[in-house]
Design a protein around this ligand. Structure first.
Ligand SMILES: Nc1nc2c(ncn2[C@@H]2O[C@H](COP(=O)(O)OP(=O)(O)OP(=O)(O)O)[C@@H](O)[C@H]2O)c(=O)[nH]1
Ligand SMILES: [Mg+2]
Ligand SMILES: [Zn+2]
Length: 308
C-alpha cells in the first residue's frame, strides 16, 4: 500500500505521484464511497489516495481516496444538477480573466467566486493580457479591480507577453497547491510555460479565440513547480457551481452582501423586494456593485428553477 497524490485524471486513468516524485499509472477498482451525491468523478486531481502496485512496472490500482479539505466543481451548465470535481485540496485558487481576446463575462467571475467561497478555497483574480488594453479596457479593468478589491479579493494585473506580474504570481504560488482556472484562451497554460519552460505545454493560437474559444487544455493537470509547490492547469470552463445550495444561503457566498444583510429587517430576507432590505438599499446607493447583485439574483433564479 502506497500513499500518493493524483496529478492527472483522464476519466478512467490516473497519474499518481508518490515517494520522491515517482509516477504510477493507476486505475480504480471497486466502489468508492461517494463523498457527495451528484459528483460524477470519484477521483480528482489533488486527491490524496492509497494505491497498490499491480503486476510489474509502475501501474497500480487506487483503493481509497483520503478525506478532502476542499474542492472546486464544474457543472455541465448553470442548471445542471450533476457536477465534476476539477481539483481537490487547493491552498489557493486563481481565476485568470481577460478584458479582451476573449472578454471574460462578469457573471462568470462571480459564479467562480461563489464556488470558491462555498468550499472555503481562498481565491484571487489575475487580470491578464493588459498589453492588449486600450483606454476602454483599462477603464473597465480599474472598475473591476476596484469592485473586487473592496470586497476583499486580491487582484493581480499581468501581461504574459511582456512579463508584467509574473514575479508577483510566482511569489504567491510558491510552496502551495494552486488552482489556475478561467475561461478558454485567457493564458493559463502560457503562465505555466513561463514558470517552467521545460513543460512545453500546448497553448492556443490567439486567432482561434473568437468569442466561444476553443479549448486547448482538455484535462486538469497538476505540475510541480521549480520554485516549490504545485500549480493545477485546468481547461477553460463554462460553468462553475455548487451542488444543492440552499436558496437562502447563496448570499452567504457574496461577502459584501452577507455583511450588509445583517441589517435587513427579516432574518430570512432574500434581498429581492422585501421591505427593510439593506442590501437593496446598498445596491441603489452604489455601495454594492450592481453587476455583483445581478449575478446574485441570477444564481438564485437558477437554483430556484432546478426544483420546479
Ligand atoms: N497578447 C497577449 N497574449 C497572451 C497573453 N497571455 C497569453 N496569451 C496568448 O493567449 C493565447 C491562449 O493562451 P493559453 O495559455 O493557451 O490559454 P488557456 O487559458 O490555457 O486556454 P485553454 O487551455 O483553452 O483553457 C495564446 O496564443 C497565448 O500566447 C498576454 O498576456 N498577452
Ligand atoms: Mg490551457
Ligand atoms: Zn435583504
Amino acid at each position: 500500500m502506497e500513499k500518493g497524490l493524483v496529478i492527472k485524471s483522464t476519466g478512467s486513468r490516473y497519474k499518481v505521484m508518490y515517494g520522491e516524485g515517482s509516477i504510477a499509472e493507476c486505475t480504480i477498482r471497486g466502489k468508492f464511497r461517494a463523498l457527495e451525491l451528484k459528483i460524477t468523478n470519484p477521483v480528482a486531481v489533488g486527491d490524496n489516495v492509497l494505491f497498490e502496485f499491480e503486476g510489474k512496472g509502475s501501474s497500480g490500482v487506487i483503493t481509497e481516496v483520503l478525506e478532502r479539505k476542499n474542492y472546486i466543481l464544474r457543472k455541465a451548465s448553470n442548471l445542471s444538477r450533476e457536477a465534476q470535481i476539477i481539483a481537490a485540496n487547493i491552498d489557493h485558487a486563481f481565476l485568470m480573466i481577460t478584458l479582451k481576446m476573449p472578454e471574460t463575462p462578469r457573471e462568470f467571475i462571480d459564479r467562480f467566486l461563489v464556488t470558491a467561497e462555498a468550499y472555503r478555497v481562498p481565491a484571487s483574480l489575475i487580470i491578464n493580457k493588459t498589453d492588449l488594453y486600450g483606454e476602454n479596457e483599462l477603464e473597465k479593468m480599474n472598475q473591476i479591480t476596484g469592485v473586487y478589491r473592496s470586497i476583499g479579493y486580491e487582484c493581480i494585473t499581468a501581461s504574459l507577453t511582456n512579463g508584467t506580474g509574473v514575479d508577483v504570481l510566482r511569489d504567491k504560488m510558491k510552496g502551495k497547491i494552486s488552482l489556475l482556472a478561467g475561461n478558454s484562451g485567457v493564458g493559463k497554460t502560457s503562465l505555466l510555460n513561463i514558470f517552467d519552460p521545460s513543460l512545453k505545454l500546448k497553448t492556443g493560437e490567439i486567432s482561434s479565440y473568437h468569442k466561444q474559444g476553443r479549448h486547448i487544455t482538455t484535462f486538469p493537470e497538476m505540475h510541480r513547480m521549480p520554485f516549490g509547490g504545485f500549480v493545477i492547469d485546468s481547461p477553460g470552463i463554462r460553468g462553475f457551481g455548487v451542488v444543492d445550495m440552499e436558496k437562502n444561503e447563496i448570499y452567504h457566498f457574496f461577502p459584501e452582501i452577507f455583511r450588509t444583510a445583517a441589517g435587513c429587517r427579516f432574518y430570512n430576507c432574500l434581498h429581492l423586494d422585501e421591505p427593510g432590505c439593506e442590501v437593496r438599499k446598498a445596491v441603489e446607493g452604489g455601495q454594492i456593485d450592481q453587476l455583483r447583485y445581478r449575478s446574485y439574483v441570477n444564481i438564485l433564479w437558477d437554483e430556484n428553477s432546478k426544483y420546479r
